[in-house]
Design a protein around this ligand. Sequence first.
Ligand SMILES: NC(=O)c1ccc[n+]([C@@H]2O[C@H](COP(=O)([O-])OP(=O)(O)OC[C@H]3O[C@@H](n4cnc5c(N)ncnc54)[C@H](O)[C@@H]3O)[C@@H](O)[C@H]2O)c1
Ligand SMILES: O=C(O)[C@H](O)COP(=O)(O)O
Length: 630
Amino acid sequence: MSKDKYFIIDFDSTFTKVEALDELGEISLHDDPNKEQILQEIKNLTNSAMEGKSSFTEGLTKRLALLQANKKHLQPLIERLKDKVSDSIKRNRNFFAEFANHTFIVSSGFKEFIKPIVTEYGIKEENVYANTFLYDENGNITGFDKENVLCLDKGKIKLLETMALKGDVYVVGDGYTDYEIKEAGLANKFYAFTENIARDNVIAKTEYIAPSFDEFLYQNQLPMAISYPKNRIRVLLLESIHPKAVELFKKEGYQIETIAGALSEEELCEAIKDVSIIGIRSKTHITKKVLEHANRLISVGAFCIGTNQIDLTACLDAGIPVFNAPYSNTRSVVELAIGQIIMLSRGIFDKSEKMHRGEWDKSAKGSYEVRDKKLGIIGYGNIGAQLSVLAESMGMEVYYYDVVEKLQLGNARKCNTLKELLEIADFVTLHVDGRPNNKNMFGAEEFAAMKKGAIFLNLSRGHVVNIPSLVEAVKSGKVRGAAIDVFPQEPANNEEEFISELRGLPNVILTPHIGGSTSEAQVNIANFVPNRIMDYINSGNTYQSVNFPNIQLPELKNAHRLIHIHKNVPGVLANINNVLASNHVNIEGQYLKTNEQVGYVITDINKAYDKNVIGELKSLPATIKFRMLY
Ligand SMILES: NC(=O)c1ccc[n+]([C@@H]2O[C@H](COP(=O)([O-])OP(=O)(O)OC[C@H]3O[C@@H](n4cnc5c(N)ncnc54)[C@H](O)[C@@H]3O)[C@@H](O)[C@H]2O)c1
Ligand SMILES: O=C(O)[C@H](O)COP(=O)(O)O
């Protein structure tokens, strides 16, 4: 890069996450009973000055008077500020060292606390322009050096005039006074730095926004600590995903948009454009058509267990790993099923309805214990197996049927056919997954095979059961009671009406797909899925992806990682290695995993390489997606 570029960086709320004088107040006013009120006054004065709404000099004088600070408070302040350096500044510390001669801190803060912080990042002491304190004989801070232009209104402009930098000047800061440098014609570009605070009136003045220092470096093609600014990663979260997920993605620096309900295919085709991560629950369908509109999609998060609503093959073909939360709501579903088994066995639902109508129907008729009764579990996966354990502990005899061989837990007995299970069970409960083959797997024939007066539960997927057959079975008395949580057609949001032939049937508990809707489960899911996705984005790990070859990679250390996703055809690995060999690239580690459709190759290489390598790898035949991490 040519050395005629100069970087003017603000300190408060830019280099550090905080306003240093607010922090000083936390220390100096520690024992003051009016601390909160005074701190608020200081904050208001700071904000007003930063937004260009009041005289800076006057505000500074007032703030120092309110602070009642002393020299002895400065060391604790410095320690505090060291911990509060902005994240993106911290990770790009190499930049400041590399461009030490061209980086200046220009601040209306004070050298006494700025220098010890920024010099740790390689910024030169003589390149720090800021105010200095005045003290009395007891070390009390009484004011500031009035000769320094930075204590004056438009002080930064005056300073830049005297600096007379010859070259391109870039200003990065959060405040109005930073913008004024550009306004005065003393900088080529002003970047409103919004990682810590976004000031509307500052943002309104500039076309350049830097949600992180990475973004500033990226836009200006300067060396960065990471391969891509995280603020460029857009996340769309649908169906009221728990706010914990928003918090985690935000902490990572991503841009988040949330929508309470599900979107139709058409709406999604529009909404998914430019989105890098989409988070959905059971109602949003990620179809091939949706994926065709997903021009920047990196990963899909199913914030639930079921993934039948996602075209997993189409995602794989497009090089998009899908992650779900396979165990986070398992217990919630099981607890609901247990509750429903007991409620139905006692006819509680109808009795409660009668009570609400004023009818007192005390009787033991049609009311049974669940102890010693036979529970038939169809689908002995995570939910089925856990239900098995809990049901046995209540004294039920458990039978199960699964299409694959499963470990029998406790005293549960395996049935070799579905018919065998249906003929024996007093309670039949469905916990199969929603694969297309399971559509209408439970219909007239299966209801007919059940014991008369048995109880039926479905908390798996709506399309698995033929609803008219269930209605018929309830009306005929073949099924004495039912609990249904999932339906072939479910309203997209809480405003839509629920329409079903099941409405109004006796001893039928209907719930609005809430098997997994507990606070515990939603928090667990919101912790689990973002971490899987961020791990994939940051390191390439696909461990626990539901559609992608699973790889758990070592941490990336002092290398660049090339991530190559390709169609699984012969020769791709050889082609990748030929490109690397012909460009004399040193391979530090290589990992490959394939499935029937795709190959996933990760190559860690020495940082010194010809950038043409990237273009050559991207254009290899059979490449689906390529990205580089560092
Ligand atoms: N109601 C809710 O809110 C809620 C919450 C969580 C999960 N679910 C649903 O429950 C399903 C099961 O969850 P899980 O975590 O136990 O999944 P899982 O994958 O661990 O278990 C599903 C089991 O069903 C078996 N199976 C599939 N088709 C079958 C068939 N036709 N006959 C017999 N067995 C069959 C599979 O072999 C597997 O063992 C999920 O896929 C999801 O659709 C619903
Ligand atoms: O698959 C699941 O985990 C359940 O069906 C829950 O779906 P939901 O997140 O839409 O409630």
